[in-house]
Design a protein around this ligand. Structure first.
Ligand code: 1HN
Length: 345
């Protein structure tokens, strides 16, 4: 009997597979979707629910043994992949009083957003910064960094890293320092004074793409939003939303991850919005909910939630909310890929 067209095709595919060839027409629609189809799901981690697990991890392993004692926030649509969106890693890191997380460096850039505790430090390339809740702290690619907690309370922060992006490029390098705490070469506050006071040293030229300011304290961020709330136009989708900048270039503070802080006033219901960058949020103050497709994420202080790429969402605010967020937007913009869609069309 003659082979059907389908059988002929399959026999052909089987033959060419031996030559490492495969037909595009069988996979075309999967490769080139008409619009983004994220496998990531909207998700929320209530801090009150997971805080006991974070503290319990402190009794199981030391920061030194773990290198970094972190519970990864894994997107339920991407199990086993150590990522919160397709391109970003997030985790909650615990450091207990007296502990040190030993010095190392790697190609991946990291951001910290402080969730609980006062007074632990991060040292980056010879300078320490002391961290408070709501501070945004940067560890640029390939910079030595170690953390220590000289306070009397546990400290927890949200780590955001570009691990899946660096992995995609197969460009990861890492090394450990031969001592736990790196030697310090500059006083605490040096970077803030040099680069973060609306001034730059004369003749200063920066080659690295990351901001030389590595702690953006919450106190200043919060004050800026509060001052602006009386004078600025409110955006129907975002409320009052600011981005963190590299003061040398005016670009985002980090080359691979954009970071934002926004104020949403009591009673606000935002207009629907979506963009091609999946967004990770950390709630600093306030309460409300985000409708993402059919899902409702109810959030309050210290909760983390994620809205995947191109999923339409809107926020409802019960009490003045301050939200930190980050995404892969700088990369998408540089590649001409980033899109947004405001409203319901
Ligand atoms: C890292 O270096 C830190 O320095 C946190 O605190 C999380 C996850 C994967 C790889 C390196 C840190 C990390 C990490």
């Amino acid at each position: 009997m003659a082979m059907t067209a389908n059988e002929q095709r399959q026999a052909f595919y089987d033959r060419i597979a031996g030559s490492n060839l495969t037909p595009l027409w069988e996979v075309f629609a999967d490769l080139i979707s008409a619009q983004p189809e994220s496998r990531a799901r909207p998700a929320l981690w209530r801090y009150d629910d997971i805080r006991p697990f974070i503290l319990e991890s402190g009794g199981l392993i030391s920061a030194k043994e773990a290198v970094r004692r972190v519970l990864i926030l894994e997107n339920p649509g991407l199990p086993g992949q150590s990522r919160i969106t397709n391109t970003l890693y997030a985790g909650l890191q615990l450091i207990l009083p007296g502990e040190v997380a030993p010095a190392h460096r790697h190609s991946q850039s990291a951001l910290r957003f402080i969730v609980e505790g006062h007074g632990a430090y991060t040292a980056v390339e010879g300078e320490k910064t002391v961290m408070q809740p709501g501070d945004f702290v940067i560890t640029p690619s390939w910079t030595w960094h170690d953390h220590g907690n000289e306070s009397a309370e546990p400290m927890v922060w949200l780590d955001g890293l570009d691990i899946p992006i660096v992995g995609f490029f197969e460009a990861s390098f890492a090394e450990d320092l031969d001592q736990d705490s790196q030697p310090l070469s500059r006083p605490t506050g040096d970077a803030q004074a040099r680069y973060g006071a609306g001034l730059l040293p004369m003749g200063y030229e920066r080659s690295a793409p990351t901001s030389p300011v590595f702690n953006y304290p919450y106190e200043r961020t919060r004050e800026a939003l509060e001052k602006m709330r009386r004078t600025e136009e409110w955006d129907p989708c975002h409320g009052l939303k600011m981005r963190y900048v590299n003061p040398v270039t005016g670009d985002y503070a980090m080359p691979t991850m954009a970071t934002f802080m926004q104020l949403l006033p009591t009673g606000l219901a935002t207009a629907p919005y979506r963009s091609t960058d999946g967004m990770v949020y950390s709630v600093v103050e306030g309460r409300g909910r985000s409708h993402v497709g059919d899902e409702i994420l109810e959030w309050g202080p210290r909760d983390t939630f994620v809205i995947p790429s191109w999923q339409r969402h809107r926020h409802e605010v019960d009490a003045d909310a301050v939200l930190f967020s980050f995404s892969d937007r700088p990369i998408q913009e540089k590649l001409g890929l980033w899109r947004e869609d405001r409203g319901n069309h």
